[in-house]
Design a protein around this ligand. Sequence first.
Ligand SMILES: [Zn+2]
Length: 239
Amino acid sequence: MAYEGRVGSKMGGGGMASHSATNQDRRERLRKLALETIDLEKDPYFFRNHVGSFECRLCLTVHQNDGSYLAHTQGRKHQTNLARRAAREAKEGKGLDPITGLPAGMIGQQIVQPRKNLIKIGRPGYKITKIRDPVTRQTGLLFQLQYPEIGTEIKPRYRFMSAFEQRVEQPPDKNFQYLLIAAEPYETVAFKLQAREVDRSGDRFWTWFDKDQKEFWLQMFFKTEREERYAGVPGLARR
Ligand SMILES: [Zn+2]
């Protein structure tokens, strides 16, 4: 089956969903994502001038589009100016935001998340084994991810995501779903799987984090085609 070849291939891309994206795609995605989550109109320094370009009223810079303005607000110059202004206003004792208690000048920093995970150290090593239950004939996958530098208090987390939830691959393909595994300070990785129902019954699905080996295990089986076909039909779905 095509999806198995995909998920199992370590080299040459396709195994991880993000391999296929160029840097430019990635930047464009980040820009879109940022624009979806940030309301530029609430940024006190954002200004659309009469020729349709954008200005930063803090740094007095001009930008050709909103994405470029956005990139600017994340840059060192803008951040430094924000911090300077905030410090100055705090010193002058004016403009404390009544809700946050922060200097009003900080408000332009709303889009900067707390930076505790700023430094990502790359992707974990991983191994995927195709498995098959000899009794039920169910096919499945065993994931083993290596996190040698994982934080001491961190336990890897996983989540299944539908094609429509994710934003990396556009347009979404309903034939696939994604398994995401996250563990700081590593990058979150996504594995592209066939969009079949995962069997959650009994001991079919389990995860385990080996704290000594710093290895995360996840085993999953897909429901059999028969089970999927008869799901919802009373008396037929369960073994
Ligand atoms: Zn600026």
